[in-house]
Design a protein around this ligand. Sequence first.
Ligand SMILES: Cc1cc2nc3c(=O)[nH]c(=O)nc-3n(C[C@H](O)[C@H](O)[C@H](O)COP(=O)(O)OP(=O)(O)OC[C@H]3O[C@@H](n4cnc5c(N)ncnc54)[C@H](O)[C@@H]3O)c2cc1C
Ligand SMILES: NC(=O)c1ccc[n+]([C@@H]2O[C@H](COP(=O)([O-])OP(=O)(O)OC[C@H]3O[C@@H](n4cnc5c(N)ncnc54)[C@H](O)[C@@H]3O)[C@@H](O)[C@H]2O)c1
Length: 629
Amino acid sequence: MARMYHSGKFDCIVVGAGHAGCEAALASARMGANTLILSINLDSIAMMPCNPSIGGTGKGHLVREIDALGGEMGLNIDKSLVQSKMLNRSKGPAVHSLRAQADKNKYHVEMKKVLENTDNLKVRQAEVVDIDVKDGQVKGVLTSTGAYFEAETVVLATGTYLGSKIFIGDAILNSGPNGLAGSYDLVTQLKTLNIDLRRFKTGTPARVDSRTLNYDKMEVQWGDTDYEPFSFMNDTIEFKELPCWLSYTNPTTHDIIIQNMDKSGLYTGTIEGTGPRYCPSIETKIERFQDKNRHQLFIEPEGYDTNEMYVQGMSTSMAEDVQINFMRTIPGMESCEIMRPAYAIEYDCINPLHLKLSLEFQDIEGLFSAGQFNGSSGYEEAAAQGLIAGINAVLKIRNKPPFILDRSEAYIGVLIDDLVTKGTNEPYRMMTSRAEYRLLLRQDNADLRLTQKGYEIGLVTEVRYQKMLTKMKLIDAEMDRVTTTNLFLDALNPILDQCGTPRVNQSTKISEILKRSEVSYEAIQSIDLTRPDNLPRDVMKQVEVMIKYEGYIKKQLQQVEKYKSLESKKLPDSIDYSQIESLRIEARQKLNEIRPESIGQASRISGVSPADVSVLLVYLEHYRRRATK
Ligand SMILES: Cc1cc2nc3c(=O)[nH]c(=O)nc-3n(C[C@H](O)[C@H](O)[C@H](O)COP(=O)(O)OP(=O)(O)OC[C@H]3O[C@@H](n4cnc5c(N)ncnc54)[C@H](O)[C@@H]3O)c2cc1C
Ligand SMILES: NC(=O)c1ccc[n+]([C@@H]2O[C@H](COP(=O)([O-])OP(=O)(O)OC[C@H]3O[C@@H](n4cnc5c(N)ncnc54)[C@H](O)[C@@H]3O)[C@@H](O)[C@H]2O)c1
């Protein structure tokens, strides 16, 4: 044990500089709190240990929301992308999701630069080995080199490093991701604080040398040409696009994998942790989908300055020689050389049921947590929680109410409510299907939904806020124009013919015409003579969606009203549910464990029935009457 020395006092200390830690520390420092971020290795700040990409289905929504609230992920990927694509364009606007391929190293370098140049933020390399808690209140952290830092609040964001073990066939290594040091001493200390830890696992594919691939045998995949930036602050972005490549596994690949199942950590029972259902390893895919004779693989560049290529879809914990053998059965990869082998990683994380919606621990005041440590999976999920934990750590110090987004306001709200209310038995991944009000929570309107809120808590800059207000004004003016302006019959009908939609027999409002699914804003441009010059693309997009989906949007807004009425019925923290005898025993136990903050949250707990909710409503009414007497 190193000799301890006192090394300063901070309002907020963030442990870990992954995607969660970076957002937490930036939010805290930008809100004016004296902040310290500690990480085992500063060369791995905002490292992407798996996919070289940000966004994707559901995840793109999170990035846009983080950006709208004044977070960094969107700005950072806009500085470091090599390709961009809006996924699901052929489907409705609720599920359009932006996804960008990243230059991994640039992403890390740019984020490190931002951290180093943020006022009120100190960046320091250190492994935290203990969290000092006295009388249920966090007091500080201790590092392996003996530095003791006093703190008002601490955010834990240790990702996949805590108690981490790596599996490559029968090779089992005590290591963090990517050959980096793991964090082991902290596990023991967290257990002494009665923090409920569990084992989860995830995996990553091999990286292969681009010079050893034959791209003539693969399909090239380019991104969008009319790409959209992730950040609402950027109207355009410049970058040199790099291609991705598509290839497929085949029956020979599958045979090799099946013959060597006994050399996969996953199937030999050496891996105990639970893996992410929605990102299965190749051996799991082959076992689970036996009727499929091929699986798609995207070969993606890891950046401009490297030959490393990421083989998306090939995550595995098979032995290294087996990995080489089955990869060489893939068209275009016959001579491939591995630069980094695939591996599975097992790590400790918490049961998020013991957190409040603010991401503060229920039983330890001032201790917050975010990211993979909370049982989620994914860079974007981590960043979203980091942002909220950082904000709430500062609000806590200032004795202000926590910043909580509900399920009708943001995917971030859905993510945190799911983790904290329902818990998770596997690494949790965001998907659009998890959001009830997804037509309202689109990735394109995240700024309109959230920037005002970010401004009110002091995170959004004046420039960002004014940009959003200008956009809002333009949208209002354009809505006004299209609902009051006619398109003339003679000019209109030829356009309707071209769009393959029935003619009209009188001049018709622009909004009426835009309601038709076949007609786009672009299609009527030549006859829309009062359209303002240089009307921004995102303004047209908002107006078009609001008009085309007006009926559905109205319906979802009505559902939200109902939802909000249950959310607004707050449950006092002091209730001892074990004393409410009309609740079923399971409900009493669950309510005491999760301590929901509203009737709405209580109703989403598994094991709390509609009858239990009625009991709670009656109880709440009595409680209120007693309190007002
Ligand atoms: C092999 C692998 C495959 C994955 N696959 C994917 C994928 O395909 N796509 C995806 O989106 N996600 C994937 N993930 C998960 C993804 O990496 C995480 O979800 C994301 O990085 C989590 O961010 P985080 O900030 O919570 O933690 P991390 O990015 O893991 O960062 C944790 C930080 O905490 C620091 N730290 C840990 N312990 C201590 C300590 N005691 N003291 C000081 N600092 C400490 C570390 O140094 C690090 O900076 C994968 C992860 C791994 C390792
Ligand atoms: N590997 C793991 O163990 C692990 C662990 C944690 C999280 N994850 C998650 O898994 C996700 C990866 O899952 P995914 O397979 O759905 O991929 P994705 O989210 O990166 O991509 C989604 C879809 O985009 C398309 N796509 C992917 N790459 C493309 C490319 N280069 N060009 C064109 N289209 C492309 C594909 O249709 C793909 O299914 C990550 O976003 C991550 O959050 C994986």
